[in-house]
Ligand binder design. Structure first.
Ligand code: C5P
Length: 230
């Protein structure tokens, strides 16, 4: 039996909390960290978070908060009651400062979403931004650290530069991971688990290569063994 690697986060992108819980049970001891996103949030995602936390595993709530500061602070405070380990917020300074205030006194760590990977330079210009995607990512990483946020979500392609510029302390959580030979689906820029870690990611988010595999436990075990020496 393979043991969990705390750097591997399995995305529970499934239609119901029952399906998500079945996946957690079938993966067993092979993974210890799960991501719950907006798909499950309105269907009992917070109860699922509590249930997973009751088994001593870790939970990443990928809710990407973005609202006026007073609401972000109160929402973050509410979310801390679920005992999750990680929460995403949009990496705008006022939003991040509010989330930092809302999690005060708890162990919840915050991750800034710098620039969504669905945006390119032309779309950012259309939205009124003066920076292109790369420069805006770097500026927002800097602002995340200034605000007291613990890290960022970044593609493996951005991770290396972020790690080099901002040092070893921040968390860099990287989606878009595909083991060699896996179906890349709708992801455009993918990296293997080992290369993403070598480029500076602290955690990997893996969805379909595990949650849509015929044998999710075996798929998770293969990734755990691929990264064992990295
Ligand atoms: O199935 P797959 O491995 O592509 O899932 C990746 C997970 O990471 C999904 O939950 C997706 O929403 C999330 N994500 C992403 N790209 C981002 C941010 C989050 O794929 N830039």
């Amino acid at each position: 039996m393979s043991h969990a690697d705390p750097r591997l986060i399995v995305a529970l992108d499934l239609p119901t909390t029952d399906a998500a819980w079945s996946l957690v049970e079938s993966i067993g001891e092979t993974a210890s960290y799960y991501k719950i996103g907006l798909q499950l949030f309105p269907l009992g995602g917070m109860e699922l978070c509590r249930k997973i936390k009751a088994t001593d595993k870790q939970v990443f709530l990928d809710f990407k908060l973005h609202d006026i500061p007073a609401t972000v602070e109160k929402a973050t405070r509410s979310i801390t009651t679920g005992g999750a380990d990680l929460l995403t917020i949009h990496a705008e300074p006022a939003v991040m400062r509010a989330a930092v205030a809302g999690r005060e006194g708890t162990d919840l760590k915050l991750l800034g979403v710098t620039v969504m990977t669905c945006y390119d330079d032309a779309m950012l210009a259309e939205m009124g931004y003066a920076y292109g995607a790369r420069d805006l990512v770097l500026r927002r990483v800097e602002q995340s650290l200034e605000a007291g946020v613990d890290g960022v979500v970044a593609s493996a392609h951005e991770a290396k530069e972020i790690r080099e510029r901002f040092g070893d302390d921040l968390l860099i959580v990287t989606p878009g991971i595909r083991p060699a030979g896996a179906d890349i689906g709708d992801q455009k820029r993918v990296a293997t688990p080992a290369s993403a870690l070598a480029d500076g990611a602290s955690h990997l988010v893996v969805g379909r290569p595990i949650n849509a595999a015929p044998n999710p436990r075996a798929a998770a075990a293969a990734i755990v063994s691929e990264i064992a020496d990295v």
